[in-house]
Ligand binder design. Structure first.
Ligand code: NAD
Ligand code: UDP
Length: 311
């Protein structure tokens, strides 16, 4: 198949490009390089089945394709809050352009949605039928509401125009190729520990997240995309739930060194707890994560160690 990946030069997108090329597909990677990097896909540039296109998804695009994975959108809070209006535009216009293209060429369209659609959740763990608790005017809204609107567009193009859709709700995922200055907690803690700096805990560190290793996530993506009929939304994430204090302790154990913890104010609307209910993914896709946080931190720490040593 010929497959378009928007946001293909980013953290998750670059792993997906690699996986689909390995399966023998042609891959078109479209990215504006806001948070993506050429080095993430540099090793793929010599592959005759790989094409790189610099483009912004807020502008229309046309390709003859069989599938499109829509991943274009900054994912870390500091990056998506840098230009919040652009973040909403990216999610909404990007979805419209992917869906318009999918409708025209009869391609299957996949949306990388997020556990952020659940906001600061009142039910725990979160199931797909939970409608969420998002503050529509807070500092995270540009991302959360942009992603919620993108889901709406996917389901309306499906109902109104018969577009074949797949929607995944991704829970916090980490691994090699995250940016060292990305601002997300796993990369921050590892980079701080490797530099011998104190680890920055926002709030009292009792808030929880559930961390999925990138390889597990990509497996879930491909299974959902190739499922004969399941539109989703489907939660994909690792149900192992950790407080930020526990994560800090684990990172310090892996990295060693003399870093301590330093406490900083909790950003606005920061969800207190998050854990995916993955019953649907297990039953319909036969998917469940295989890599524990402890195991997944190993290659992630090694990646950052090498990156920082290169300077
Ligand atoms: P990332 O920031 O590394 O990747 C996003 C990519 O999209 C980057 O390459 C960036 O340059 C590109 N991009 C941003 N705006 C664009 C635009 N207007 N036009 C074209 N390209 C644009 O983040 P990631 O972690 O790889 O996330 C990928 C997708 O998965 C995002 O849509 C994100 O919302 C979603 N997601 C990720 C996580 C996670 O934990 N990693 C969790 C939930 C959802
Ligand atoms: N966090 C932290 N220290 C950091 C970065 C983040 O304690 O240096 C906290 C953040 O407040 C949140 C959790 O870690 O409670 C996860 O943050 P991240 O930005 O990785 O993802 P999200 O909040 O979008 O789930």
């Amino acid at each position: 198949m010929r497959i378009l990946i928007t946001g293909g030069a980013g953290f998750l997108g670059s792993h997906l490009c690699e996986r689909l090329l390995n399966e023998g597909h042609e891959v078109i990677c479209l990215d504006n390089f806001f948070t993506g990097r050429k080095r993430n896909i540099a090793h793929l540039l010599g592959n005759p089945y790989f094409e790189l296109v610099r483009h912004d998804v807020t502008e229309p695009f046309k390709f003859e394709i069989d599938q499109v994975y829509n991943l274009a959108c900054p994912a870390s809070p500091p990056h998506y809050q840098h230009n919040p209006i652009k973040t909403t535009k990216t999610s909404v216009m990007g979805a419209i352009h992917c869906l318009g293209l999918a409708k025209r060429v009869k391609a299957r369209a996949f949306q990388a949605s997020t556990s952020e659609v659940y906001g600061d959740p009142e039910i725990h763990p979160q199931t797909e039928d939970y409608k969420g608790s998002v503050n529509p005017i807070g500092i995270r809204a540009c991302y959360d509401e942009g992603k919620r609107c993108a889901e709406t567009l996917f389901f309306d193009y499906h109902r109104q125009n018969g577009v074949d859709i797949r929607v995944v709700r991704i829970f916090n995922t980490y691994g090699p190729r995250m940016l060292p200055d990305d601002g997300r907690v796993v990369s921050n803690f590892i980079v701080q520990a490797l530099r011998g700096e104190d680890l920055t805990i926002y709030g009292d560190g009792t808030q929880t997240r559930s961390f999925c290793y990138v390889d597990d996530l990509i497996e879930g993506f491909v299974r959902l995309m190739n499922h004969p009929e399941l539109t989703g939304p489907v939660n994909i994430g690792n149900p192992g739930e950790f407080t930020m204090l526990e994560l800090a302790e684990l990172v310090l154990k892996k990295v060693g060194g003399k870093s301590k913890l330093t406490f900083m104010p909790l950003p606005g609307d920061d969800p207190k707890q998050r854990q995916p209910d993955i019953t649907l993914a297990k039953e319909s896709l036969g998917w469940e994560p295989k890599v524990s946080l402890e195991a997944g931190l190993e290659p992630t720490v090694e990646y950052f160690r090498t990156l920082l040593a290169e300077g």
